[in-house]
Design a protein around this ligand. Sequence first.
Ligand SMILES: [Fe+2]
Length: 324
Amino acid sequence: MEKVISPSCLQQINDLAFPVAYEFNEGTSVEDFAAFYSSNTKAIDEHLYRQGAISFNGLNIKSRTDFQTVVAAIGNRFINYIDGNSPRTKLSDIVYTSTEYDPAQTITQHNELSYSANWPSRIFFCCIRAAATGGETPLADGRKVLESMDKQIINAIESKGLTYIRNLHGGNGFGPSWQHTFETNDAAKVEEYCRNLSMEFKWKEDGTLNLKHHRKGIIRHSVTGEKVWFNQVDQFHPTHLGRDVYEVLSAMYGADEELPTSVTFGDGTRIEDSMVQEIIETINTVIVAKPWAEGQLILVDNELVSHGRKPFTGEREVLVSMMK
Ligand SMILES: [Fe+2]
């Protein structure tokens, strides 16, 4: 194990915790933290690959600008959120707000952009303002999810793969538009992007863009080679909407594959509701959800660990930056 060069601002490391906890003196400056991080990247990487996520506690990150300074100093290889499926605001080239999805709703666990061919390997989350109640970002280790998952479900996904289907409206409709999703109004650019990422695309008469991504659902980690649960089945499957909303949307859109998002097995067969329910229940047994502290920074290995969001009240500001 790489030894951590320990400056005076670092009190201790709990390296067996999930996430690993780096405890800094309360109010440690952005500059001191960036210097610490830069001289310890190897040890931090080892902790990240072993535990999947690291929490840096006690930092003096109070604003979007502070977070931007931190990630610009310690990160590289940033990627944008083009092709993302969650409503969020771009604050700069490297920082986004965390999802602006209805605060009263839970966002189920997912590995960011696992439905796409271009996902971030790491994500930084930072809490600028903690919610009055709730608003945790639950984390689940995909190795543990896989260990706990019913073997028939694993076999079905491994043998057939998954097809994620999205219908992105052209400016008026439910969910994000294709213009917002791809950060452009240029349809030709979108088509080029789809071709580059081997996405099937089709324009409908009403201007909706229909997309299909064929993905594995269970992958090997790109560095450690470990097998991990890496998909968003429960987030794309219509059951996550609840029976009432599903019935309303079905009446509006018709078949499941016409809904804004849906998922089937790779051969087009339906994923049974009971299977999705079992997936959600299994993931729930693995989830760790701790309350946010303001100034807290969490680094997540996006292939090893999925994240979600608990419902909240009050004002909550959690920022996100994604790295290739
Ligand atoms: Fe996310």
